[in-house]
Design a protein around this ligand. Structure first.
Ligand code: NAP
Length: 350
């Protein structure tokens, strides 16, 4: 790529926004042109407006940059990465799309709209084509493209190759989700330390409906949801980054754990074939040790972009069960969005 594409980051001060900034500061295709946040932060230097909470160079070397208001009349670029809260996203993201930007959103506001791609590049790259109808119907020159809820992203990356090989009929998923999934400051440490909280608002239904859309088939300009039953039980646990999921699945033909392992191991979808810059070498890291994957040992591998599967075994209820792990703020948020943008760019949508 001879010239880098200018991008804006909305919500640059937040948990996901900081990860966007760290990823994009060194990106081979994209260059940060605008950092934006709320009116509380606009006008301040990045280093004054928020505390940098990531490893590596503070503020990714951009601490001197002045934050702008998240306003398409001021901070706009051909590609916009949005780490806005859902309510704010509902108002601002369409304004950006109308103004010509392709918005890569982490928020839930538009994920389930019929003409909005809900995308994980390894899982459903063909759903990108929904953008054509979205632009025609809404009269936008830009568009909105979303990534799923972080828990769904991790789950669907494990289910997609199984759905293609056998067909997924039913899924039971129990999550143990990191504190960073709730943004900053998130759940109070006094509530979470030494504790497990069996409630995350809206999370279970998001996993259940988003999975069906992601595994759905793109036909005649629309997505037909996959016909499968998903039951999610979501818990917040005192872990910093990384969602662990205990998954039981019923697959057509009742394949053995060995067959399931072979399919997961052999999976080389589109981003890996294209060699997109943020794609991990393999999307799924398989673990043989009986006590892996573990958050502290595994979740940062491949810059948090691969998911981890271990303990694949027989499930007496649904057929097969396994342990699953993925990075909620990288693969499940900023890294997933950047990979979406790389796919969109490689397919000529930017
Ligand atoms: P967060 O840490 O609370 O950050 C929110 C960001 O939005 C901040 O930069 C904040 O700026 C900005 N903001 C708030 N009100 C605004 C307004 N009126 N106008 C413009 N900017 C405004 O939240 P987060 O965890 O990064 O989550 C961001 C989005 O990603 C949410 O929709 C969340 O559901 C989604 N998501 C999060 C995760 C995760 O694991 N954390 C995973 C997947 C998706 P100020 O600092 O100026 O207030």
């Amino acid at each position: 790529m001879s010239e880098k594409i200018q991008v804006a980051v909305l919500g640059a001060t937040g948990v996901v926004g900081q990860r966007f900034v760290r990823r994009l500061a060194e990106h081979p295709w994209f260059q940060i042109a605008h950092l934006a946040a709320s009116g509380r932060s606009a006008g301040k230097r990045y280093s004054e407006a928020c505390e940098w909470r990531l490893d590596g160079e503070p503020y990714a070397g951009l601490g001197h940059c002045v934050l702008e208001d998240a306003d398409p009349a001021l901070a706009i670029a051909p590609v916009v990465f949005s780490a806005l809260d859902t309510e704010v996203a509902r108002e601002l993201e369409p304004a950006y799309a109308r103004a010509g930007a392709l918005v890569f959103s982490n928020a839930a506001a538009f994920r389930m709209e019929e003409d909005v791609p809900l995308l994980v590049p390894e899982v459903n790259p063909e759903h990108l084509a929904l953008l054509a109808g979205q632009r025609a119907r809404r009269g936008w020159s830009g568009g909105i493209l979303t990534n799923p809820n972080c828990t769904t992203t991790v789950l669907v990356l494990a289910l997609a190759p199984l759905h293609a090989a056998f067909g997924v009929e039913a899924v039971l998923m129990t999550s143990m989700q990191a504190a960073s999934g709730a943004g900053y400051p998130g759940v109070s440490s006094l509530d979470l330390m030494g504790n497990v909280i069996p409630f995350i608002k809206g999370e279970e239904s998001k996993v259940e409906i988003e999975t069906a859309k992601l595994l759905g088939r793109f036909r005649d300009g629309r997505v037909e949801d996959a016909l499968l039953a998903v039951s999610a039980l979501c818990h917040r646990v005192p872990v910093l980054d990384g969602h662990t999921e205990a998954v039981s699945v019923r697959l057509k033909g009742n394949p053995s754990p060995e067959q399931v392992r072979e399919v997961l191991d052999a999976w080389r979808p589109e981003p890996q074939r294209l060699g997109l810059p943020s794609a991990p070498p393999v999307p799924i890291r398989l673990h043989e040790a009986e006590n892996r994957p573990q958050v502290r040992r595994d979740v940062e591998q491949d810059a948090g972009m691969s998911i981890h599967v271990g303990r694949i075994r027989r499930c007496p209820v649904l057929g097969v069960k396994f342990s699953l792990l993925g990075h909620n703020t990288e693969r499940g948020a900023a890294g997933g969005s950047v990979l979406n943008a790389e796919l969109a760019l490689s397919q000529g949508w930017v």
